[in-house]
Design a protein. Sequence first.
Length: 327
Amino acid sequence: MYFRVLAVWGGIGITALAVAGDSQDANNEQPQDEVVVAAPAAPPAVPSFSPAVPASAIAVRGRPEQVRLRSSVALVRDQSDGVLMLAHSIDEQRPIASITKLMTAIVVLDAAQPFDESIEITAADRDRLKGSRSRLPIGSVFTRRELLHVALAASDNRAASALARSYPGGQAQFVRAMNDKAQQFGMTKTRFVEATGLDRRNVSTARDLAQLVTELERYPIVRMLSTTADLTIHDQRHRVSMNFYNTNPYVRSPNWRVDLSKTGYISEAGNCLLMTSVINNRPVTVVLLNAWGKMSPYGDSARIRDWLTRTERQIEKQSQQVAHASL
């Protein structure tokens, strides 16, 4: 597979290149282009959506409390009007694993450092907390844009660490910027101690993460990179190419439209998934935390889609019956 995408972001042309590949996430999640970009600008025009049933009707009449999910924390929000259609333990503060990398991306982009700058992977980027794997060898060299891409799509921890380490002032200033951003965004129950998500002290809530999704509307490049199905990066030192898969299998599914994605796993956080999608012409945010089956967040996403579809049909049918009875 080979494709080329052209887009415009804040008046700056973006070129994305993706090549099919193969990878395993460095956080042991399920099984990534070259981008030229400037600092974030005004958000692009939002497509018009016209769902058949208002989100408020689904929240009231859909009995969301009866939806059986395997994630202990779940949030489903209509992105158009902000209505929460399903909410379970959404203010419970929990470790968020690699969902952390979405904030990492924001801090990298706001710093506006050159995307074509070369960054070496060093021993300081090795995971000494969890012993997770990475396919980026110590001593290999990649551009900042490649490291951001592989951090978002393939959730590579060394890539995220190298991005933080190369930030002005180093990792300490990077983490400070992450927490400053969280406060700026109103994410009052969110705290970061490092950039990868490996540390269980990186915590947030589903409600805060839904707010992060809102803020990410100003960063279309994150949506592009996080949903790339496959990517290739190039080690400048060893002159080899490396192929990666996205950790979210739904980005490759013809049955799903995924506009933003981030997966995560550490033992303290369980399996986590944050994504935005369009279901029945309705843009939705889905946040699922603390699922203990590797594929459970994806099964839960399918159950949520089925519930939304079924509920819409039921409400439409009831409305038609009422209209017919009134004739």
